[in-house]
Design a protein around this ligand. Structure first.
Ligand code: UDX
Length: 434
C-alpha cells in the first residue's frame, strides 16, 4: 500500500471492485484501517474512508489473502541501491510469497506488475520465481502482465481516474485480453488508449517516459543556466515561446532547482546503471542526470553571490516538498541545499505548508521551523523559494522589505512577479539574466 498501490486500491474499490489492499507494515496497516493514508494526497483519504465504509475496500497484512482474487496487482517499491541500480529485493520476496500462496489452490489468476522495473525483470526474474514457488506454469495455470503506472503525486487520484494511456505488456494473448477487458469494465466509455506490448517493451516504455520528461527539465535548466549570464534574458519567456511549437509542447519546461521526487532521480539512475551493465552508454540520459545533480548548486551559487558568502548569514527557505501539493521530501532539492548551507555556516529557517514534520526528522534542531511564511522570512538576510506552493505567489515585495533584514530574494521556482520584485527588492531568479 505505497503510493501506487493505495491509489489503485481505493480507485478500484470506488468502482465497486471488491479490493484487498495488502500492507505488511503493521503501523501503516493500523492507520489504513482507520482510514488514514501514511502520506498526503489530495482526495485520497476521503476515497479510502468511503470505500472502507462501503466494504469494497479492506486492508490486510497477509499475502495469503490474494487467494480470493482474480487479479493481483504488485505495487511494491523498487528503490535505488547505493550505486544507483534498482533494488528488486521487495519484488523478489513478494513474487515468492505470491507463488507459494498460489500453490495451494487451482484457481487461474492474473499477476500484474505495476512496480517500475528494469527491462527484462518481469520475464526473467518474476516469472521464474512465480513458477518455481508455485509449481505452476505461467500461461497455463496463471497469467502475468507488466502494466506500468504513470500517475503523478499531487494529482494521483485524478491521474488514476483518467489515465492518458494504459500499457499492457503480457507474453500471452489471454492475459492481455483479460486485463484489457477488466480495464474496459472499470473505465467504460472513458477507457483511454490501450497499447498491447511485450513485457520488456512495457518496462522500457516506463523508463523512456520518465527519462524523456527528466530530459526536458534538464534541457530547460541548461538554458536557464545560460540565461543567467545573459542580461535581459528570461527563461520563462523562452520556455513559453518554444512551447508554442507543437513539436515541442509547453509541458515540463519549467526551469527550477532540478527535479526530485520518488521517480525521476531513481528511474534515471536505474536506467543508467542497467545500461552500464550491458556495456551501453546512453550519453543523453547521462547528461540529463549530471545536469540535475548540479542544478541545486546553481541555486546555491545565486545565494552565495547575492549575499557575498553565506558564513553566519540568516537564510529563510520557503518550500521543502519536492513539488507543491504533497508532503513528500524524497530526493527533494531542499534537503541538498539545506545540507550545503549548514555545512558552510549559514543559519537556516524553513517553512512548508505540509512537509515540515518530514524535514524535522532529517535536520532535527539544526534548523528553525515555522508554520507561517511571513514568520519564517522575518529577520532573514536572504529568502530562497524552493517549492512552487500557491500561497507564495501572493507574497508582496512590501512584506519582504518590511520584515527581512535585507530583502534579497532568490526565486528558484519562478513563483513571484519578477518585474515587480526587481523594481522593489534585490530579486534574483533561476534563468533570469542580470
Ligand atoms: C513523475 C512522472 O510525472 C509520473 O508520470 C511518474 O509516474 C512518476 O514520476 P512525480 O514524481 O509525481 O511524477 O512528479 P512530476 O510532476 O513529474 O515532477 C517531478 C519533479 O520534476 C519535481 O521535482 C518537479 O518540481 C520537477 N519539474 C517538473 C520541474 O522542475 N519542471 C517541470 O517543468 C516539471
Amino acid at each position: 500500500m505505497g503510493f501506487v498501490g493505495l491509489n489503485l486500491a481505493a480507485f478500484l474499490a470506488s468502482r465497486k471492485v471488491r479490493t484487498v489492499g495488502i500492507e505488511i507494515n503493521k503501523d501503516i496497516l493500523t492507520s489504513l484501517n482507520a482510514g488514514k493514508p501514511q502520506f498526503y494526497e489530495r482526495g485520497l483519504e476521503s476515497m479510502v474512508k468511503s470505500t472502507l465504509k462501503s466494504k469494497n475496500l479492506i486492508f490486510s497484512g497477509n499475502v495469503e489473502d490474494i487467494l480470493g482474487s482474480d487479479i493481483v496487482f504488485v505495487c511494491v517499491g523498487t528503490p535505488s541501491l547505493h550505486d544507483g541500480s534498482i533494488d528488486l529485493s521487495a519484488l523478489k520476496k513478494v513474487s515468492e510469497k505470491i507463488g507459494k500462496t498460489m500453490s495451494v489452490d487451482s484457481r487461474w489468476r492474473l499477476i500484474v506488475i505495476k512496480s517500475t522495473v528494469t527491462p527484462g525483470t518481469t520475464s526473467n526474474i518474476v516469472l521464474p520465481i512465480l513458477e518455481s514457488s508455485s509449481s505452476k506454469k505461467c500461461g497455463k495455470d496463471f497469467g502475468l502482465v507488466m502494466n506500468p503506472e504513470f500517475l503523478r503525486e499531487g494529482s494521483a487520484v485524478k491521474d488514476t481516474k483518467i489515465p492518458h494511456l494504459i500499457v499492457i505488456g503480457g507474453a500471452n494473448t489471454k492475459d492481455n485480453t483479460f486485463l484489457r477487458s477488466f480495464y474496459s469494465t472499470i473505465y467504460g466509455r472513458a477507457l483511454p488508449k490501450v497499447m498491447i506490448t511485450s513485457p520488456t517493451t512495457a518496462e522500457m516504455i516506463k523508463y523512456a517516459n520518465n527519462a524523456f520528461l527528466a530530459t526536458k527539465i534538464s534541457f530547460i535548466n541548461s538554458i536557464a543556466n545560460i540565461c543567467q549570464h545573459l542580461p535581459g534574458t528570461d527563461v520563462e519567456q523562452i520556455a513559453q515561446a518554444i512551447g508554442y511549437d507543437p513539436r515541442i509542447g509547453p509541458l515540463f519546461l519549467k526551469a527550477g532547482p532540478g527535479y526530485g521526487g520518488s521517480c525521476f532521480p531513481k528511474d534515471v539512475s536505474a536506467l543508467l546503471s542497467f545500461c552500464k551493465n550491458m556495456g551501453i552508454d546512453p550519453k543523453l540520459v547521462s547528461a540529463t542526470h549530471q545536469v540535475n545533480l548540479n542544478q541545486p548548486y546553481e541555486v546555491v551559487r545565486l545565494v552565495e553571490r547575492a549575499l557575498n558568502g553565506i558564513l553566519g548569514k540568516v537564510i529563510s527557505i520557503l518550500g521543502l516538498a519536492f513539488k507543491k501539493n504533497t508532503d513528500d521530501i524524497r530526493e527533494a532539492v531542499s534537503i541538498k541545499i539545506i545540507s550545503h548551507l549548514l555545512k558552510n555556516g549559514a543559519i537556516v529557517k524553513v517553512h512548508d505548508p505540509m512537509a515540515i514534520n518530514r524535514v524535522k526528522s532529517v535536520f532535527g534542531n539544526s534548523i528553525e521551523y515555522f508554520d507561517k511564511a511571513d514568520q519564517c522570512i522575518k529577520n532573514s538576510e536572504c529568502c530562497l523559494i524552493l517549492t512552487e506552493w500557491d500561497e507564495y505567489k501572493d507574497l508582496k515585495p512590501e512584506l519582504f522589505i518590511k520584515v527581512m533584514t535585507s530583502p534579497i530574494i532568490i526565486d528558484a521556482r519562478r513563483v513571484l512577479d519578477a518585474e515587480e520584485f526587481e523594481k522593489k527588492t534585490q530579486y534574483f531568479a533561476i534563468g533570469r539574466g542580470k
